[in-house]
Design a protein. Structure first.
Length: 347
């Protein structure tokens, strides 16, 4: 985070203090600092994801946030895991953090509002709830209220504003003795820009299946080698309209290959593509196929976690010149270069 971003976070504390009914200024407390410098591109606000199992391992997101809170505010107890139950808090999957600060302790209340202001403040580019979004926070509960980066507003939590709920015996229920921070799976697994500096590559707006008319490949096609023409590099944004990003698992990328480098705009039946999958955060497979047709069952390559794997694949080309790529499993970077094309007849 840049100094300017940190100052912006401090400026946002007064607004947040008013939202949650805090008396007096909160600017005296520090805010967490990240060593990473961010661009204007930011993660979409995380949606709430219900628990679908029980995993008694602390996930990367809450662990990193706990470490940051300890470094910023000192030794205050916290909890990530909770035994398996019918609850739906995220703790049972290791993707929620309870930070034990009390609204009844003035010093703890001040640092609580400092942390919440940091999450909710706009960044230097005007992105609202910037750090909450970059961390993959889906919601926060504190002092009778809940907040989501997706809405940016605080709402009453479980009738905790009612007179009968004001007693100290309800402090845990109404989160007056701790802040609950819940993460999306991407935030929990460290797949958001706070950890890597990259947002996830977005899915294309066109549907996966469309009218795609392949060119006719002669029985003995003429293969024309070319100087490698780069059609995709996720880390630099080449071939993408949204800029640099990391390839999210199960998100299809559509890349145009006709007219790139010395590849003609017409008369191309197939292209040979050299693809690289770099450093996925889990074991991953990559599939490459003709845009507008069904994704193949067989992967072009398989990579273990943190591996860099290369494959060369020949892909038939339809009239719209789109080649589709999709990673399953891990999240990483993709590079694709066209190295030759086969001459065909467009129908």
């Amino acid at each position: 985070m840049t100094l300017r971003a940190a100052q912006t976070g401090l400026a946002g504390l007064a607004v947040l203090a008013a939202a949650v009914g805090v008396a007096g200024p909160a600017q005296a407390a520090p805010v967490p600092l990240s060593s990473r410098t961010f661009s204007a591109t930011i993660d979409a606000p995380a949606s709430w994801e219900r628990e679908n199992g029980c995993s008694q391992t602390e996930k990367k997101g809450p662990r990193k946030l706990r470490k940051l809170l300890l470094a910023t505010y000192g030794s205050i107890s916290s909890n990530i895991l909770r035994r398996c139950s019918a609850a739906d808090s995220g703790h049972e999957e290791g993707r929620a953090l309870d930070w034990m600060v009390s609204v009844r302790d003035p010093a703890q209340k001040e640092i609580a509002e400092s942390y919440l202001g940091w999450l909710a403040a706009p960044d230097e580019f005007g992105n609202p709830a910037a750090m909450g979004r970059r961390l993959g926070v889906s919601y926060v509960i504190w002092n009778n209220q809940a907040w989501r980066p997706a809405t940016g507003t605080w709402i009453t939590y479980r009738n905790c504003d009612k007179r009968k709920m004001r007693f100290k015996k309800y402090d845990n229920t109404c989160h007056r003795n701790h802040i609950h921070t819940s993460f999306s799976w991407d935030g929990a697994l460290g797949r958001t820009s706070f950890y890597s500096g990259y947002v996830a590559c977005p899915a294309p707006v066109v549907p996966p299946w469309r009218v795609a008319v392949p060119a006719v490949l002669p029985a003995s096609p003429e293969v024309v080698p070319i100087d490698p023409a780069r059609v995709l590099k996720s880390s630099s944004g080449t071939g993408l309209t949204t800029g640099p990003c990391r390839v999210h698992p199960d998100v299809r990328l559509d890349v145009p290959v006709l007219g790139v480098g010395t590849v003609p705009l017409t008369g191309v039946a197939a292209v040979t593509v050299r693809v690289v999958l770099a450093r996925p955060d889990a074991a991953a497979e990559l599939r490459v196929w003709t845009g507008g047709t069904a994704m193949p069952a067989a992967p072009a390559l398989i990579a273990e976690r943190r591996q860099r794997m290369v494959a060369t694949v020949t892909v038939p080309v339809a009239t719209d010149g789109i080649v589709s790529l999709q990673v399953t499993g891990g999240m990483g970077h993709l590079v694709a270069d066209v190295t030759s094309y086969s001459v065909g007849v467009t129908t």
